[in-house]
Design a protein around this ligand. Sequence first.
Ligand SMILES: Cc1cc2nc3c(=O)[nH]c(=O)nc-3n(C[C@H](O)[C@H](O)[C@H](O)COP(=O)(O)OP(=O)(O)OC[C@H]3O[C@@H](n4cnc5c(N)ncnc54)[C@H](O)[C@@H]3O)c2cc1C
Length: 399
Amino acid sequence: MEFQFGQEEELFREEIRNFVKSELPADWAMGMFEEGDSDETWAFIMSISRKLSEKGWLTMTWPREYGGQGASAWKALVYSEEVGYWGIPGTGMGVSGVSWVGPSLILFGTEEQRRKYMPLIAAGHPDGVWCTGYSEPNAGSDFANLRTQALRAGGEYVINGQKIWTSSAHRARWCWLAVRTDPNAQTRHAGISIIIVDMKSPGVTVRPIRNYIGNHHFNEVFFDDVRVPVENLVGEENRGWYQLMRSLGYERGGVAVSSCGHNKRVLEELVRYAAEKGLLDKAEIRQGLAQAAIDIEVQRLLAYETIWKMSQGKTPTFEPSRDKVLNDEILKSLSSVGMDILGPFSQLRRYGRSLNWFHDLGGLRSLYWNLIGMSSAAGTEFTQKNIIGQFGLGLPRSY
Ligand SMILES: Cc1cc2nc3c(=O)[nH]c(=O)nc-3n(C[C@H](O)[C@H](O)[C@H](O)COP(=O)(O)OP(=O)(O)OC[C@H]3O[C@@H](n4cnc5c(N)ncnc54)[C@H](O)[C@@H]3O)c2cc1C
């Protein structure tokens, strides 16, 4: 059995590499959760989003009428691989614009919503940047415990409550907000809806949270009597939970591919560095690198399988969770062997955006310290395993 891409995909891969050479600094590297940290970095990232949009790549799988190219899943896979490998920034339009706002609007939105919001995302426009408001102080893994309320008053919803860990809220124009629209629903999972909120609305307050290594990536967001037109409801009122369950696995299916590209690059840089420094005769380093190579290859094949299922029109259920758990494990072992290889250099802090990648400046520090955040973001390991148990093994559900 041999996996090969067609000529079209390989030519496309070459085109992306040329783009990287012409648009990114030679030693470009984006540390984890650093994208919204400074105005300068953010402006650079948005300039790359625009260029990706001009190339037609930013939202290439979307239908043409909403700013996409109708590209195949395989072409998108090549793009994601290269995005991860080279660390191309600006591919998300906030934390959610590209990956799930657009695709969810295709599944559940009105035609008016699609035409209003999707072209802005596809154009790499600052008004196409989104944040996602799911988590609350008492609703993380237990998402159905959310308390933020949106009550109908005539032609509007009036929203009150608080979200937390909201990535990119300080950069976003819109929030993809999960709210409780029926406080008296019979089960906690009923009565939740998704509403689009303009972050410029009166009553929205964004308060920064700096993570433990000092980056400003996420925020608290407060909603005090925020009024939103009822047209901003996405899909059916009180069916938000079910809509999200249907769309999330599908939309996160592609993430494993870019993670795999990223991990492959880290591994290659570590091998190069270890060879340069004469470290390859140390057994524990050889073993660590070899294990990482095995894990990354497994990750690549599983990621391809998820994309293949999607290309067949099947909705992945447990696969994105499986791929995420595996990725968290790989990041742990890669950063650990990387710290061993780099020694004290791994503690150096990287500033700015033009820095040596995993070389003398020790970019692994960012990876190592951000592991805890990485493994919680988009659902913790235990949440993912509950999903795998339910949908992959047919075990009783955990909630
Ligand atoms: C970098 C980063 C970015 C984020 N961005 C966003 C964002 O943009 N929007 C957003 O809404 N949220 C965001 N989050 C929040 C993220 O979704 C939550 O952190 C995550 O869902 C976990 O929720 P929690 O932090 O409340 O932890 P908890 O749910 O309190 O979990 C604490 C621990 O208990 C375990 N646990 C909980 N329930 C169970 C169970 N039933 N079975 C077994 N173990 C369990 C968990 O696995 C975990 O180890 C972000 C988080 C991070 C770290």
